[in-house]
Write a protein that binds this ligand. Structure first.
Ligand code: NDP
Length: 256
């Protein structure tokens, strides 16, 4: 292989696990990691056809790809997914905790079930998946964990106490794990997208969307393809000295 090839596919030989890779931001991340040369394991909850279509696109980029079903709220499913990645590719080198969802209500009307469900889907899943992949990363003395949080976790959002708490929790998880594993050359970072055009934000009413747009300096929602390149970079050796950080990608919504 020429040097140009190595530069174009810096993740050749690495295996990435992307939860929730069947649609939206996760699908764009799976494609980006495949483009950079990684073997990709992408997961879905129920959209098998969509997941297989993304997997076919990754393969068309010249990388191997496995689509695996499973509910990230289930520890047994996460164990099966990580074990499947180990059997096929030897272990997970890059974990992207992306699967997530919303169940918006004002806190006075929010049932405890809704709270627990969003915490389990968005936060506990990331904790369990992290624990499952760390043994391999620790042995390999190389690893990348990238948590897809949200600006809601940074600034809060009325109607999203459960979601914002889960996403803020991811930031605490990110920083704590980053400190635990830094000496092994494993980096742990968080990406906090603002409003991105996916099925998740298509639930917003036109009125809600118009209000949000007034707060975004760039005056538009982002696309999933505008989130994926930073995740790809964080997975490469170019990002080897970056850990415990939170990166907003939000058209300027949050400026720190
Ligand atoms: P989508 O709703 O478009 O896709 C969600 C993905 O997660 C799908 O692949 C879905 O699988 C999977 N998923 C959902 N619940 C589960 C579950 N219980 N078990 C396994 N897989 C599950 O979401 P987005 O692409 O918009 O969001 C991706 C991530 O980015 C989320 O964590 C979200 O919170 C975060 N984010 C999104 C923003 C946005 O504006 N869109 C802004 C900030 C953060 P399936 O297709 O099978 O249902």
């Amino acid at each position: 292989m020429t040097n140009d090839g190595a530069a174009a596919r810096p993740l050749e030989g690495k295996t990435a696990l992307v939860t929730g890779g069947s649609r939206g931001i996760g699908a764009a991340i799976a494609l980006e990691l495949g483009r950079l040369g990684a073997n990709v394991v992408l997961t879905y909850r129920s959209n098998e056809a969509a997941a297989e279509a993304v997997a076919a696109e990754v393969r068309a980029l010249g990388s191997e790809c496995l689509a695996t079903g499973g509910d990230v709220r289930s520890e047994a499913d996460l164990e099966r997914i990580v074990e499947g990645a180990r059997e096929r590719f030897g272990g997970v080198d890059i974990l992207v905790n992306n699967a997530g969802t919303t169940d918006d209500k004002l806190v006075m009307r929010m049932g405890t079930d809704s709270w627990n469900d969003i915490l389990a889907t968005n936060l506990t899943s990331a904790f369990i998946a992290t624990r499952l992949v760390l043994r391999h990363m620790t042995r390999a003395r190389w690893g990348r964990i990238i948590n897809i949080s949200s600006v809601a976790g940074v600034m809060g959002n009325a109607g999203q106490a459960n979601y914002a708490a889960s996403k803020a929790g991811m930031l605490g998880l990110t920083k704590s794990v980053a400190r635990e594993v830094a000496s092994r050359s494993i980096t742990v970072n968080a990406v906090t997208p603002g409003f991105v055009e996916t099925d998740l934000t298509s639930k917003l009413t036109e009125e809600q969307q118009a209000t949000i747009l007034t707060q975004i300096p760039m005056g538009r929602f982002g696309s999933a393809a505008e989130i994926a390149p930073l995740v790809g970079f964080l997975a490469t050796d170019g990002a080897s000295y970056i850990t415990g950080q939170t990166f907003n990608i939000d058209g300027g919504l949050v400026m720190q």
